[in-house]
Ligand binder design. Structure first.
Ligand code: BES
Ligand code: ZN
Length: 870
């Protein structure tokens, strides 16, 4: 029972535990109405001297027996989720027998039931829901796990490591024993029991060891595991080649689970995945989904080194494993597909999600200094900004030394629980660079703004750039010291070619990177024979906002000619953004000519890949627009963006029609960057074409939907129809979709989210959607489809009565009692209330306040709601 008020945990209070657990022997006996867990923990004192009490974490444990070295212990206390016993020796075995109730566990942490199978989720602090333990990542032990269950219902019994025994128990029960020889923290523990189909393969490592690969899924999903298996093999090979990392156990398993809070989890040797993040078929998975599955399989696999072999000392170091692993999976995707397109998508994600977080009430450093509920810190800042920080280290030291540094890191800290400082220290050691100042990226929250001004002196052939960096205060951090900011750059001549650079600043010839370290930096370039156009922050070399008042002609040159494809995209985005801001302030002014120029050029550019064309022709999101205005008036934002979209739709209607048709293909479905790019561009062209008001376009869209044999074409067609105002047609297609696909979980999730994200959806419609037999409030994917989808639906979420806000708040309260982690995630969508016009602002604030009025709020929801209102 939890009777305390939530406590704040602080990084500065870190100290090692009083005891270490060296080995854990678990027996998990699954019965219909309860599960018995018997644990034998081999423990030793950390240090010497008098023996402090042993304090173990444990949540909702029904204690049957506690023993120390075989002696029954009656003198223990169990309160506030902690068990206290007094050891009498410095080395001993602690035994506990407890009962838990996975069937009633809707939080999906610890051991729980997912459909017909049992599975576990222990990160961050779920293991304490399974048994008593020192549930902290610096306590690393070897594990032996025995599972016992009904043989017919749960023929498959899995845990971490290698299988060492199995057999019958009589009474229709059986057992399996797994042994994991690698030390690990409890958050990497996993167990699964179920009736599962399995697809097998093998991988031969670089040193010639054969590893069995197995993917498990419920029988009706058995045909959807091939793509993940192929992705896994590609990941294993890539990690050997790029990072020298070889897999260690004899077996690597992935299990697909329909009830899962996150995307996937890297449990040692036994990854557990959200079904949506692993199961794929061309009929049911769009190209985006294939991309995501490949990336997430890679990500979890890469954790075997960056996270498991070398883990985090405490949860303040979360980015040590997550930031680095996101960096690694992004590199993998870049090598597998199109590096520029991957970078563009990641940067858009960062700007759409991390920038707002960093500028809002829950802003926190990549290495947070304190938390109440660690689950609230699996954030875009820890993950994506954390990956950017690793990327900057790479930029600063270069390819070779980065690899040397990562080799050193893996070797030196293998089997240990370490800190982000330890990681950076390796980069320091191999490069000789001093990263003391650089480490502010880990400790200071907020997105720095860099203001750039330029001056060209024709007479002296000198060009001057002045950079000024500034970072606004964030909660709890008023003073910000200057960051180390790498600016990858070039100067372009009027033809758009890079000019040679000679300058007096800290410019690295090899990497073409200029490093800023002070609040203001002035750099003088000499022998500059014509006024150059500066191409700055190439490939988004630092996670900063850039204010650089370049002329529209300069931007146009960058958009059309910059040798750095990322910066071409960036220039186009800036042109669109500037235009939308102009339309916002002076709606009557009309769309300027540069827009037509750039769109025409992009459509006609034969050198651009379809995928690049598609991103070049996509307007910035509402999120980005919001991020660039002081006060958000949703109706005006919508009007501005729709005006521009409509303008492009009508102005280029013929081109959109021609593009849509010429990009059609009758060939068999293939998932690769080129084909996915073709389908993506076709979907975009079709969307514009429909927006031009053409009936032919709508017919085309419906036909595309009906004839589709792959999910991407199907959704391109359906989405386009949903963008129109033809309600009947929309209902007909949605009805058809449901009739056809209601037996497929992934399709139902898509069906729910298509409706929640559709233009003009109302709160009433959401309510009836949630009463539909397809919905289940205990299933996070379905909740995410409806509530998460709706929160992304800018127009409907910001409806004028504020009903959208209250809907989300009510859902948070409802979910709080079922699954706090999922509930808390939706608080974020209301936290930007201060940015809105007074009426909205009050409505959002009122919605947040209504959450606080509810009783029994979880620490998860409480922490974020209080922060949002503070
Ligand atoms: N370790 C996390 C999963 C996790 C996070 C479990 C928080 C419990 C609490 C895993 O490695 C992860 O980061 N998964 C991401 C996907 C990844 C591709 C960024 C996820 O689940 O969204
Ligand atoms: Zn991860």
């Amino acid at each position: 029972m939890r009777t305390e008020t939530p406590v704040t945990i602080r990084l500065k209070d870190y100290k090692q535990p009083d005891y270490w657990i060296r080995h854990a022997e678990l027996t998990i006996r699954i019965f219909d109405h309860f599960t018995q867990v018997e644990s034998h923990l081999t423990i030793e004192q950390n240090g010497t001297g008098h023996l402090p009490p042993l304090v173990l974490d444990g949540v909702e444990q029904d204690i049957k027996e506690i023993e120390l070295d075989g002696e029954l212990v009656e003198n223990f206390s169990y309160e506030n989720d902690r068990l206290t016993v007094q050891p009498v020796k410095s080395h001993f075995v602690f035994k506990a027998v407890t009962h838990i109730n996975p069937n009633e566990n809707t939080s999906l942490e610890g051991l729980y039931k997912s459909g017909t199978m049992y599975c576990t989720q222990c990160e961050a602090e779920g293991f304490r829901k399974i048994t008593f333990y020192l549930d902290r990542p610096d306590v690393m032990a070897t594990f032996t796990t025995r599972l016992e269950a009904d043989k017919a219902l749960y023929p498959v019994l899995l845990s971490n490591g290698n299988p060492i025994d199995q057999g019958d128990l009589g009474d229709n029960r059986h057992f399996a024993v797994w042994d994991d020889p690698f030390v690990k923290p409890a958050y990497l523990f996993a167990a699964v029991a179920g009736d599962l189909a399995r697809q097998d393969d093998t991988f031969v490592t670089q040193s010639g060891r054969e590893v069995s690969l197995r993917i498990f899924a419920e029988h009706h999903n058995a045909h959807k595991t091939q793509f993940a298996l192929e992705s896994l093999k590609r990941s294993m090979k890539w990690d050997e080649e790029r990072f020298g990392r070889e897999y260690d156990l004899d077996i690597f398993m992935i299990v697909a689970s329909d009830f899962f809070n996150m995307g996937a989890m890297e449990n040692k040797g036994l990854n557990i995945f959200n079904s949506a993040a692993v199961l794929a078929s061309e009929e049911t998975s769009s190209d985006d989904r294939f991309d995501r599955i490949e990336a997430i399989v890679a990500h979890e696999y890469f954790h075997n080194w960056s996270g498991n072999r070398v883990t985090c000392r405490d949860w303040f170091q979360l980015s040590l494993k997550e930031g680095f692993t996101v960096y690694r999976d992004a590199e993998f995707t870049s090598d597998m597909h199109d590096r520029t397109v991957k970078r563009i998508k990641d940067v858009m994600f960062l700007k759409n999600h991390q920038f707002p977080e960093d500028g809002g009430p829950s802003a926190h450093p990549v290495q947070p200094q304190e938390y109440i509920e660690i689950n609230n810190f699996y954030t875009v800042t820890v993950y994506e900004k954390g990956a950017e920080v690793v990327g900057m280290l790479h930029t600063l030291v270069g390819d070779k030394l980065f690899r040397k540094g990562s080799d050193l890191y893996f070797e030196r800290f293998d089997g240990m629980a370490v800190t982000t400082d330890d990681f950076v220290a390796c980069m320091t050691e191999v490069s000789g660079q001093d990263f003391t100042q650089f480490k502010r990226w880990y400790t200071q929250a907020g997105t720095p703004t860099v203001r750039v001004t330029e001056h060209y002196d024709a007479e002296n052939q000198q060009y001057k750039l002045a950079f000024q960096q500034h970072c606004k205060p964030t909660p709890g951090q008023t003073e910000k010291l200057p960051f180390v900011i790498p600016v990858r750059m070039a100067l372009l001549n009027s033809e758009g070619q890079d000019m040679p650079i000679t300058c007096d600043g800290e410019f690295n010839e090899q990497t073409q990177v200029l490093t800023l370290r002070e609040t203001t930096t002035e750099v003088v370039f000499s022998n500059v024979s014509e006024k150059p156009v500066a191409s700055l922050f190439r490939d988004f070399s630092a996670p900063v906002r850039v204010h650089f008042e370049q002329s529209q002609e300069d931007r146009l040159l960058l958009a059309l000619r910059d040798g750095n494809a990322f910066n071409r995209f960036d220039a186009v985005q800036n042109i669109y953004l500037k235009e939308m801001l102009a339309l916002l302030n002076q709606p009557e002014q009309g769309v300027s000519e540069v827009i037509d120029q750039i769109v025409k050029a992009s459509i006609e550019d034969a050198d651009l890949s379809n995928a690049m064309k598609s991103v070049m022709l996509t307007l910035p999101s509402y999120q980005l627009l919001m991020d660039n205005v002081d006060v958000v008036d949703p109706q005006r934002l919508i009007a501005a963006r729709e005006t521009l979209k409509k303008h492009l739709a009508v102005q280029f209607a013929e081109q959109w029609a021609a593009m849509t048709q010429s990009l059609a293909s009758a060939d068999d479905y293939q998932f690769n960057a080129e084909e996915a790019g073709r389908r993506e561009l076709q979907g975009l062209a079709l969307s514009y074409w429909v927006n031009s008001g053409s009936d032919d376009a709508l017919s085309y869209a419906e036909a595309l939907y009906r004839a589709a044999h792959n999910q991407t074409d199907r959704l391109n067609g359906l989405r386009a129809v949903l963008e129109s105002d033809e309600t009947e047609r929309q209902q007909a297609l949605l009805g058809h979709f449901y009739r056809h696909w209601h037996n497929d979980t992934q399709m139902i999730e898509t069906w729910l989210s298509m409706q929640a994200t559709a233009d003009g959806v109302t709160v009433e419609q959401l309510h009836s959607l949630m009463e539909h037999e397809a919905f289940d409030i205990k299933n996070p994917n379905k909740v995410r489809s409806v509530v998460g989808g709706f929160a992304m639906n800018f127009k409907s979420f910001h409806d004028e009565q504020g009903a959208g806000y209250q809907f989300v708040a009510d859902m948070i309260v409802k979910l709080n009692a079922i699954n706090p982690q999922i509930a808390a995630r939706f608080v974020k969508v209301l936290e930007s209330w201060r940015k809105f016009t007074p009426m909205r602002s009050e409505q959002m604030q009122a919605a947040l306040t209504s959450i606080l009025a509810a009783s029994d709020l979880s620490p998860d929801v409480l922490e974020l709601t209080q922060k949002a209102l503070a």
